[in-house]
Ligand binder design. Structure first.
Ligand code: ATP
Length: 289
């Protein structure tokens, strides 16, 4: 039996550079992994894939990204045998936190370990990119600058460890919808990725937080004003930076002290309908649990 973490991510910057001939968008984003993680356990079985999730309503068949990742490894590596996958879901679903990609990355690593396949990180990333643009990042973690459709990665110095409050309002946002809405009304204001990368290299977290930005934020916020309310509340709670992650709707706040972050989390729990998590930034992925 093998157990892996699948960590959530936030986007510290997210810019869209244009649409590609293949229909994907060309993006440039600084992604950061969080300590908040699903736990995914893998057990050998004679054949086939069986999957359980402790969250009612989430797919447990080939529509689950972890299922698809395991199937891909079995097919490509000629694995003789199957796997039982049990997911303990902590990352909010359809939230802009790449929870599905996190589980798929855990499944790629899990199958590699369970069957002793000896696949390198690079080979795992190539397999992952076939299933989803965020999966290569989910495999490596830490702080990464991703371009292309998100699969071309440049590892960066780790963002300083900082406390993070996540607040997901009770609204659903589909990622394809957000990109379509963006195309109809592209951003006037883009985050300055080169300056962000320079600030990060200089270890200037305050400058990074000033330079953080997400072009999808106005798009999703236009449809769900609650996101703007949460950002304002997060800042009023003392966040050094408050932004929407990915295509939303989750708002994250970055806090210098755990005490302030805990107070903010408490206020969100008490006064809003948000699903709230108190976590922190996490460095590069380090093998199994
Ligand atoms: P991203 O930020 O990568 O766009 P997200 O955080 O917005 O992703 P996910 O939590 O990955 O969204 O889920 C999007 C959809 O994917 C879900 O509504 C669900 O139907 C499907 N899905 C498939 N496998 C999983 C999984 N293991 N965990 C969560 N959702 C999954």
């Amino acid at each position: 039996m093998v157990t892996m973490f699948g960590r959530a991510k936030i986007n510290l910057t997210l810019d869209i550079l244009g649409q590609r001939a293949d229909g994907y968008h060309e993006i440039a984003t600084v992604m950061q992994s969080l300590a908040l993680a699903d736990t995914v356990t893998f057990t050998r079985q004679a054949e086939g894939i069986a999957l359980t999730v402790d969250l009612p309503g989430l797919e447990t068949d080939e529509r689950n990204l972890a299922w698809r990742a395991a199937a891909l490894v079995i097919e490509r590596c000629g694995v003789r045998g199957g796997v039982r996958i049990d997911i303990v879901k902590r990352i909010p679903v359809a939230a802009g936190l790449a929870g599905g990609s996190a589980d798929a990355a855990a499944a790629l690593r899990g199958m590699n370990a369970l069957y002793g396949l000896g696949l390198t990180d690079e080979e795992l990333c190539t397999l992952g990119a076939e299933l989803g643009s965020d999966i290569p990042f989910s495999l490596v973690g830490g702080t990464v600058f991703a371009t292309g459709r998100g699969e071309l990665m440049e590892r960066l110095a780790d963002f300083p460890e900082i406390h993070v409050v996540l607040a997901k309002p009770p609204v659903s946002v589909s990622t394809p919808w957000a990109y379509r809405a963006y195309d109809a009304q592209p951003a006037q204001k883009h985050p300055d990725n080169p300056s962000f990368l320079a600030a990060l290299a200089a270890g200037d977290a305050a400058a990074c937080m000033r330079l953080a930005g997400n072009v999808l934020e106005p798009v999703t916020e236009g449809a769900h004003p609650v996101i703007a309310d949460y950002r304002a509340r997060m800042r009023a709670c003392g966040a050094d930076c408050a932004m929407m992650s990915g295509s939303g709707p989750t708002v994250f706040g970055l806090f210098a002290t755990e005490e302030r972050a805990a107070r903010a989390a408490e206020e969100f729990r008490r006064e809003t309908e948000a699903a709230v998590h108190l976590t922190r930034t996490a460095g590069r992925y380090e093998a199994a649990v």
